[in-house]
Design a binder for this molecule. Structure first.
Ligand SMILES: NC(=O)c1ccc[n+]([C@@H]2O[C@H](COP(=O)([O-])OP(=O)(O)OC[C@H]3O[C@@H](n4cnc5c(N)ncnc54)[C@H](O)[C@@H]3O)[C@@H](O)[C@H]2O)c1
Length: 371
C-alpha cells in the first residue's frame, strides 16, 4: 500500500471542523495522526470523530510525535507564527491559517527558514482553490485572455453590518483614537494574493480606508464600544507588468459570504468569477470575447472539483478539500509548491503599502513600507 502522510492538527475548533478536517477525511493518501488543542475536550472530540490515535494539549508534544510529518496550524492569529516556526524547526511541513503574521518581515523570515530546513509550506488562502479562480489563472497562463489590462478584486459581505455582531480576533487593548486597519487585512489579504497570483507583482498602490460603523461590540468586552475599526477599504493598483487593478474589501456591504469577486479583462477575452453562495450554489464563472461580448456561463472543467464534491458543497469544505488535496499531493508526489509562506509574506508587504498609502495620502511603491 502507498505510504500515507501523517498530519497533526493544532487548533481543533470552528474553522478546523468546517474546512480543514473534511479535507483530511476525504484524501486517501492522508491519515490524521494527532490532534492538539489547549482545550482537552475539543482535542478529544475531534480525535474521536476523525479517528486520530494521539491527543495532546501542548503543541510541543505533537511536534515531537514521529507519526506527524505535516502540521496544520488552525489556531488564533497571534499564535500562527510561533507555532509555524516551531513546526519548521521540528522538520515538519506546515499548513498555516492566514495571516502568518501581521507584518511582512517575520513572514519573509519564516519562509526563508522553511527553505533552509527543506520543509514545504502552504498558507490558507482559501480562494486560490476555487475551481473558477483556478480556471481564470489557467486562461491567463495559456494566453486565452491575451494581454491583461484590468484586474478587479472584491471581498465584501455583510458579516459585520450589524454592530451587535461581535468582531472576532480583535485585541481589546487596541487604540481608540485612530483607524485600526481590519477589513483590508482580513479580507484584503485574500484579494491581494489572488490578484498577484493572476496578474503578477504589484508595483505601486494608492488607497482609502474608513470606519463606517462607529460603535460595535467586540469579542471580550461588554456592550458597544467606540473603536475606529476600518470596515471598508479601496485601492488602485499599478502592476509591474503594466495592468491596472481595483480592489475593495468591506465588512458592511450587503451580500452573502464569502463575497469574493474577481474580474479579469484582457485583449482576447474577459472572465468574471463570483464566489458568493446564492441559492445553494457556491460560485459561478462567466467568460466573454471581443467577438461575443455577452458573458456566458462556464461549467467547471473535469477534475476541477475535489472528488465527491459539487458546486453545492458548502464553500469552506469545497475550497479547503481542494487546498488540502493540492498540499498533500505536492508533498507525496514531490510536486512544485504554490501558495507558500513566501506568497503570504508578499501579500502582507502589499497590505502594508496599501495602509501606508492611505495614512500618507499618496502613491506607495510596494516594498518601500519595509524600508
Ligand atoms: N482561510 C479562511 O478563509 C478562514 C476562515 C475562517 C477562519 N480562519 C482562521 O482560522 C483560524 C482559527 O479560527 P477559528 O474560527 O477556528 O477559531 P476558534 O477560536 O474557534 O478555534 C481556535 C482553537 O485553537 C485553540 N488554541 C488556541 N491556542 C492554541 C495553542 N497554542 N495550541 C493549541 N490550540 C490552541 C483554541 O482552544 C480553539 O479551540 C483563525 O486564524 C482564523 O482567522 C480562516
Amino acid at each position: 500500500m502507498a505510504r500515507k502522510l501523517g498530519v497533526g492538527l493544532i487548533g481543533a475548533h470552528t474553522w478546523a471542523e468546517k474546512a480543514h478536517l473534511p479535507g483530511y477525511a476525504a484524501h486517501p493518501g492522508v491519515t490524521l495522526a494527532a490532534v492538539c488543542d489547549i482545550d482537552p475536550a475539543r482535542a478529544r472530540a475531534v480525535a474521536d470523530k476523525y479517528g486520530a490515535p494521539a491527543v495532546y494539549t501542548d503543541a510541543r508534544d505533537l511536534l515531537a510525535d514521529p507519526a506527524v510529518e505535516m502540521v496544520d496550524v488552525c489556531t488564533p492569529t497571534d499564535t500562527h507564527l510561533p507555532l509555524s516556526l516551531a513546526a519548521i524547526e521540528a522538520g515538519r511541513h506546515v499548513l498555516c491559517e492566514k495571516p502568518l503574521h501581521t507584518r511582512a518581515q517575520p513572514a519573509f523570515d519564516a519562509a526563508r527558514r522553511a527553505d533552509e530546513k527543506g520543509v514545504r509550506t502552504k498558507l490558507g488562502f482559501t480562494f486560490r482553490y476555487s475551481p473558477a479562480i483556478r480556471q481564470i489563472k489557467a486562461w491567463v497562463d495559456d494566453g486565452t485572455l491575451g494581454e491583461i489590462f484590468h484586474i478587479h478584486g472584491f471581498e465584501q459581505n455583510s458579516q459585520f453590518l450589524d454592530p451587535d455582531f461581535p468582531l472576532r480576533q480583535f485585541p481589546v487593548d487596541s487604540p481608540r483614537d485612530r483607524l485600526i486597519p481590519s477589513s483590508i487585512i482580513g479580507y484584503g489579504s485574500h484579494l491581494v494574493d489572488l490578484m498577484r497570483w493572476i496578474g503578477g507583482e504589484f508595483a505601486s498602490v494608492a488607497s482609502t480606508m474608513k470606519n463606517f460603523v462607529p460603535e460595535r461590540t467586540v469579542r471580550g468586552l461588554e456592550g458597544r464600544q467606540r473603536f475606529m475599526v476600518e470596515d471598508g477599504a479601496a485601492a488602485i493598483v499599478e502592476f509591474a507588468g503594466g495592468a491596472h487593478g481595483l480592489l475593495q474589501s468591506s465588512y458592511i456591504a450587503v451580500g452573502n459570504y464569502p463575497g469574493v469577486e474577481i474580474r479579469v479583462y484582457g485583449s482576447k477575452g474577459a472572465a468574471v468569477a463570483r464566489l458568493i453562495t446564492e441559492y445553494g450554489v457556491a460560485e459561478s464563472l462567466h467568460f466573454a470575447t471581443p467577438e461575443a461580448v455577452e458573458f456566458r456561463k462556464i461549467e467547471p472543467a473535469a477534475g476541477a472539483l475535489p472528488p465527491g464534491t459539487t458546486l453545492s458543497t458548502p464553500w469552506p469544505e469545497l475550497y479547503y478539500r481542494n487546498l488540502i488535496r493540492f498540499f498533500a499531493d505536492e508533498i507525496l508526489e514531490n510536486r512544485p509548491g504554490e501558495c507558500t509562506f513566501l506568497d503570504g509574506a508578499r501579500s502582507q508587504e502589499i497590505i502594508d503599502a496599501i495602509i501606508r498609502a492611505h495614512a500618507e495620502r499618496r502613491w506607495v511603491t510596494v516594498g518601500e513600507a519595509a524600508a
